[in-house]
Design a protein around this ligand. Structure first.
Ligand code: TXA
Ligand code: MG
Length: 323
């Protein structure tokens, strides 16, 4: 008879800290930070109206304080204390229409700031960014709390955003509390629209909601940022050097001829499928120890625009080594 198989090893000391919705709510109410799942990427959340928690978010990420945070809400009605309708000639009809059409969903709206928005949150600006995430656990938590959560992506500043709980622990350590909601369905951050001025909405960041869908609903969107904030050219950066190519296999072959070790990130005819796996693959490839990564450019439509935007920024910020 075969000997009994050995007992499974005891759980390691530094088991990653996975919390339930109820535990997450209690921890947040006590001013602690909890990483939360959203449909786009994981966020590092603290109570939006708790100045100490908000300051701790910046510290945990190593993020400069002049990069304001997004407030996550359970529903559009919860936006009222955070916004100032008096600064809109139409009292916010355009905001209401976009929120009704796309929330919950991967759209962040920058609006005139109301009394509930702390200076710590907005970097002292007179505007605030709001969104209702489309993830059942995030929504359950927000409803249970009955108040907004400030949450940037749960990565160290300038690094690739996490799309699984394991990525969050890799970025912030196993002691970080995480509400594990599985892999993110969209995979790139939300689209950010600036609604502050009465003219056409301005696109501040390409993201999970395609521009085509927005323009179909609300007409032309103006390009470019009224403010430069948070749109750094070097962002989402792997440590290994990265190139973007329309023909990655040929490019990789040429680099191999030069004696370089190369890994290739293949795209997908479906840009949404490419977006979903983009960050996980960049992160995995960054761990291979090769000399250079070559990523295939996405088709310039739908989520492909956000994929190319992130890849372009990753190219700019990449190759600074594993220090
Ligand atoms: O999908 C997402 O948006 C994720 C998930 C967690 O919700 N969050 C996210 O947050 O990507 P973060 O902090 O990594 O990026 C937020 C961006 C930054 O570029 C910031 O500068 C910009 O939003 N932002 C925030 N408030 C703003 C404001 N009042 N005006 C202009 N830009 C703002
Ligand atoms: Mg981020």
């Amino acid at each position: 008879m075969l000997p009994a198989p050995p007992a499974p090893p005891a759980a390691p000391e530094a088991a990653p800290r996975r919390v339930s919705v109820e535990q997450a709510a209690t921890d947040l109410e006590n001013g602690l930070l909890v990483a939360i799942p959203t449909e786009t990427v994981y966020g590092l959340a603290g109570l939006a109206t708790h100045p100490v928690a908000v300051r701790q978010i910046f510290a945990a990420k190593g993020r400069p304080v002049d990069h304001p945070l997004i407030v996550h809400l359970a529903e559009a009605a919860d936006a009222e204390p955070f916004l100032d309708r008096g600064r809109w000639p139409d009292r916010g009809a355009r905001f209401d229409a976009l929120a009704a059409a796309f929330w919950p969903g991967p759209l962040t709206l920058v609006v005139p700031r109301g009394p509930a928005a702390l200076d710590e949150l907005t970097a002292g600006m007179d505007t605030v960014a709001l969104r209702v995430p489309a993830h059942p656990l995030a929504l359950a938590l927000l409803r249970r709390l009955g108040q907004g959560l400030a949450a940037p992506s749960a990565n160290r500043f300038g690094r690739v955003s996490p799309t699984t709980a394991a990525h969050v622990w890799a970025e912030l350590g196993p002691e970080q509390r995480v509400l594990d909601g599985g892999p993110c369905a969209v995979g790139v951050e939300s689209t950010i629209l600036d609604l502050v001025e009465p003219g056409a909405p301005r696109l501040l960041r390409q993201g999970g909601l395609p521009i085509e869908a927005l323009e179909e609903r609300c007409g032309p969107i103006a390009a470019g940022a009224r403010r430069a904030s948070g749109t750094l050219a070097a962002h989402y950066a792997p440590r290994t050097a990265l190139r973007l190519s329309a023909d990655p296999e040929a490019e990789a072959e040429a680099l191999r001829q030069q004696g370089l070790r190369v890994a290739v990130l293949r795209g997908d005819p479906d840009p949404a499928a490419y977006a979903r796996r983009l960050y996980a693959e960049l992160r995995a490839m960054d761990g291979l120890g090769v000399d250079i990564l070559v990523a295939e450019a996405a088709p310039e439509r739908g989520l492909g625009r956000a994929v190319n935007d992130r890849l372009q920024r990753a190219v700019t910020g990449s190759g600074r080594g594993h220090g």
